[in-house]
Design a protein around this ligand. Structure first.
Ligand code: SF4
Ligand code: SF4
Length: 400
């Protein structure tokens, strides 16, 4: 049985936030004395340089509230993160984290040091390179931001741990696992490795920032902030993601890391094994949360002929930069694992995309600092989406 605490919290005002996080730990029965004398890796979502209020990153005041609790109990918090393109120092400097790290005197781990973690029950890769800082701590406190995601539908606790992979190595995993289902399975491998791979296993406490979440075309600047007024916490990331997705009123069956996470047993076995404590879920539920645009069946496969240029161009949404918004910063080009993005041709104000080799991982869309990239559907794709919706049946077990 997993326990998920839900607490209502409407803002990042320090006193209210500290009270909500303290209440979350109490609801879960988490003994704060566990922090005493412990070195604690604190892992927020610092995807990229973004405004604190953009909802792209875990809010710095949320991070402050958690490290303050750890310190007050005699623990030593260490900020551990490896952003996708920029250096960690740059992301800290350009966000509210600079002030918090300085004022709270927080140690920042060097993300360039890497060690290999082994997980026997992984389905894709058993060996995973992660930041070595995780090996040097007694426990991990993960601070996911609740956001929509173009491939995994949502990003929360399970996907946050993937941030332990250093920098651009993350986007290269899309090249090795271009099928969306395969990628979601790998995320669960990774979650399993972080949960069971250390010897002895390290406890992981998840405290989710769902106060202002991200809806629409998340998880980057193309999404929109959405008031959700929730702090969610658990020792089980799959159960936590399930509860947060329920609060957002999303279709659980579209979230492969939740559905397959339950099925594979990397967390609890199913939704029925999750006990929600604190604020009743129904009291927090919102009705107008906008998910990321749907995908076609073909976007889930990396097998011939569904992975051919013709099929992709006919049926799978393509990332298209908008000339009126693009600043030609080329962040998209740096992150593209397929090398599908070239320099702008003279007279054009956007990078040149080669859709023949683009694997539709949408890392470019995720990282674009201007939110300049849109997913564009072909007419056939729209027709296919209609047909697919006619044959899709929701599973009652996961949705409960
Ligand atoms: S599309 Fe976005 S990331 Fe790419 S060059 Fe333009 S502004 Fe930069
Ligand atoms: S162009 Fe964008 S969606 Fe296509 S492979 Fe590169 S990063 Fe992924």
């Amino acid at each position: 049985m997993a326990v998920v605490s839900l607490v209502k919290c409407g803002s990042y005002e320090r006193k209210e936030l500290a009270g909500a996080i303290e209440q979350s730990l109490e609801n879960m029965g988490f003994c704060k004395e566990r922090f005493a004398g412990a070195r604690v890796a604190v892992k927020p979502n610092l995807l990229t340089v973004a405004e604190d209020e953009s909802a792209v990153i875990t809010h710095p005041e949320f991070f402050r509230a958690v490290v303050s609790i750890i310190k007050s109990c005699g623990g030593i918090p260490v900020l551990v993160e490896s952003p996708a393109v920029h250096s960690l120092q740059r992301v800290i400097k350009k966000t509210g984290y600079a002030e918090v790290v300085r004022e709270e005197k927080i140690e920042v781990a060097d993300p360039s040091q890497v060690r290999t973690l082994y997980y026997e029950n992984a389905q894709r890769f058993k060996y995973m390179d992660i930041s070595s800082a995780y090996f040097d701590v007694d426990m991990i406190v993960a601070l996911p931001k609740f956001k929509t995601h173009g491939i995994t539908y949502i990003t929360g606790a399970v996907k946050l741990l993937f941030g332990a992979v250093p920098g651009l190595e993350k986007s290269k995993m899309h090249l090795r696992l271009p099928g969306h289902t395969d990628f979601a399975d790998f995320l669960l491998d990774f979650y399993g490795a972080m949960t069971f791979g250390f010897n002895p296993p390290k406890p992981i406490l998840y405290v989710m920032d769902a106060i202002v979440a991200l809806e629409g075309e998340g998880p980057g600047q193309s999404g929109r902030p959405k008031q959700m007024s929730t702090v969610a916490a658990s020792m089980d990331g799959v159960a936590l993601d399930w509860a947060a997705a329920r609060v957002a009123g999303l279709d659980i069956d579209k979230a492969p890391t939740i559905v397959n996470g339950f099925a594979r047993g990397v967390g609890v076995a199913c939704a029925e094994d999750t006990e929600v404590v604190g604020e009743p879920l129904e009291n927090l539920q919102i009705r107008d949360f906008v998910p990321a645009a749907g995908e076609s069946l073909f976007s889930r496969s990396d097998r011939w002929p569904l992975n051919t240029e013709t099929f992709k161009n006919l049926f799978v949404e393509r990332p298209v930069p908008q000339p009126e918004v693009c600043t030609l910063c080329y962040e998209c080009r740096k992150i593209c694992p397929a090398g599908a993005i070239g320099a702008a041709i003279p007279g054009k104000n956007t990078p040149e995309y080669d859709y023949g080799i683009c694997i539709r991982c949408y890392c470019c869309l995720e990282i674009c600092p201007e939110g300049a990239i849109e997913k564009k559907k072909s007419r056939l794709h729209a027709f296919w989406a209609y047909l697919a919706s006619c044959f899709t049946r929701p599973s009652r077990r996961a949705s409960r």
